[in-house]
Design a protein around this ligand. Structure first.
Ligand code: GDP
Length: 479
């Protein structure tokens, strides 16, 4: 039922590029041949018969949905999965990434030359897998908070001699909040004191049940250091990818996300981009976040100069005007003029400010968001001083139901409210509740700049009462 931008442009007697630009300024990333949903078309048409032009607020997180859904089904082809490795410190994330990277080097024809660009691709019998080189859930959720959903599969590494630790739990909750499928890699099984069954037992509590215990979570027992069972892990990644049916349209102009960026003294801004749709080509005019340019050089993870890069390919490019940020999204335009105009509009601080604050959920706006149907459930992060009170609070919060809307506890933990909690809340449009704990100074600062609502309580009943009141629109105003 949708129409492509080109078709709409034809009816309006306008250039498709103009429509693409208008949409982009409203936060919708689309290219000429993408078909638009009715809602988006209505919004677009407002630009043409209503004066003055109305500003439309679009959730940054929705950008992905647009370019994933509105593509021509027939051009869709299978794409490589993108994998992030997470887990507790010292459980072997870096070792695993190194072992896998070594395997990818051995594969490359040049033999031995690699280049750290923030991601690399491994070929498993003709099937590529892309690994993000920055391990950990903090990086993962920071990207999400900026609107980039690049991870298809999360590998949670758990050391078999240490078991489930606090950051293991965080990693699981961050992956779940993003709805990313999890594979558990039980690592260090070479160690005499390794106890993989204990890891499985402990993970039951987090609803990760191994297949041989009747569940549907894939567990692979590996030794990252001694290269044991790594092939099986790779096969399992491909299996999960197959089930997820990952597809992209390699035709058309590229869109995707920034994985890393830095300023090089001689080459200028350098960015690693992950292409998520379309094909990126050397010479393309590109808008990246609030900057733009033409792709001057493009190299892959094997340090080879390449002319084009399709979906799921990480590439390092030069030619941008300024250094973008990890998590920024990019889109290619037909001509440099449009790219520059769009980048200039976007770098306008007001636009940026608006995008930042849009759709952040607070107790104050909770009721309105629920009324307008923007929210289907209320995401909450609970931190407390002791496990017992956290459990009591969560138990009560999960019982709250107001007009069919429920509370979804995305993460709990003992200890101060930290920066990762704030990033998770920002990425999941959630609210943070602290019971007898306070945010760290850095967390407070981040919460303020990212408009994340942090509430602290000393009495469980107060927390429950206030949340319920907020959901009913009966919150006492704050003075
Ligand atoms: P990260 O903090 O999760 O990135 O953990 P690292 O990869 O830095 O590993 C921490 C320590 O565990 C290092 O000393 C590694 O050599 C060691 N390690 C990692 N994987 C294995 C393994 O499979 N077996 C053994 N025995 N040691 C491992």
């Amino acid at each position: 039922e949708g129409m492509t931008i080109a078709e709409i442009a034809h009816k309006l007697h306008r250039e498709p590029a103009e429509l693409v630009k208008k949409l982009f300024m409203d936060g919708v990333v689309a290219t000429q041949n993408d078909s638009l949903s009715k809602d988006v078309i209505e919004v677009l048409l407002l630009n043409y018969d209503v004066e003055p032009i109305e500003k439309i607020e679009v959730d940054v997180a929705d950008l992905d949905t647009y370019f994933e859904q509105d593509v021509d089904e027939e051009s869709l082809v299978k794409r490589a999965p993108t994998v992030t490795i997470m887990g507790h410190v010292d459980h072997g994330k870096t070792t695993l990434l190194d072992t896998l990277r070594d395997a990818s080097v051995t594969q490359s024809e040049a033999g031995g030359i690699t280049q750290h660009i923030g991601a690399y691709q491994l070929d498993v019998e003709g099937e590529p897998i892309t690994f993000l080189d920055t391990p950990g859930h903090a990086a993962f959720t920071t990207m999400r908070a900026r609107g980039a959903d690049v991870t298809d599969i999360a590998i949670i590494v758990v050391a078999a001699d240490d078991g489930v630790m606090p950051q293991t739990v965080e990693a699981i909750n961050h992956a779940k909040a993003a709805d990313v499928p999890i594979i558990v890699a039980v690592n260090k099984v070479d160690k005499p004191e390794a106890n993989p069954d204990r890891v499985k037992q402990e993970l039951l509590e987090y609803e990760l049940v191994p297949e041989d215990w009747g569940g549907d979570t894939i567990f692979v027992e590996i030794s990252a250091l001694f290269n044991q069972n790594i092939e099986e892990l790779l096969e399992m990644i491909l299996l999960v990818a197959e089930v997820s049916d990952l597809k992209a349209d390699p035709t058309g102009l590229a869109v995707g996300s920034v994985l890393e960026a830095r300023l090089d003294r001689s080459k200028g801004p350098i960015a690693t981009l992950l292409v998520q749709n379309g094909t990126l080509r050397k010479g393309d005019s590109i808008v990246v976040g609030t900057t733009y340019g033409r792709i001057r050089t493009m190299v892959n993870d094997k340090a080879q100069q390449i002319q084009e890069a399709g979906p799921s390919t990480p590439v390092e490019i030069t030619g941008l005007n300024e250094t973008p940020k990890a998590g920024d999204q990019f889109v290619v335009f037909k001509d440099e003029k449009t790219a520059r105009q769009i980048a200039e509009t976007r770098s306008n601080e007001a636009v940026e400010e608006q995008r930042q604050s849009v759709n952040k959920v607070t107790l104050e706006n909770l009721f309105d968001s629920l009324e307008e149907g923007e929210l289907k459930e209320v995401n909450i992060i609970v931190k407390g001083d002791v496990q017992g009170s956290v459990e009591a609070l969560v138990g009560s919060l999960e019982k709250i139901e107001v007009d069919g809307v429920r509370i979804n506890v995305v993460h709990t933990g003992v200890g101060a409210i930290n920066e990762t909690d704030v990033t998770l809340a920002s990425a999941s449009h959630g609210i943070i509740i602290g019971f007898n704990v306070r945010p760290t100074p850095q967390a407070s600062e981040n919460a303020k700049s990212e408009h994340v609502d942090v509430r602290t309580y000393r009495v469980i009943y107060d927390a429950i009462d206030e949340l319920e009141a907020a959901m009913k629109g009966m919150l006492d105003p704050e003075y």
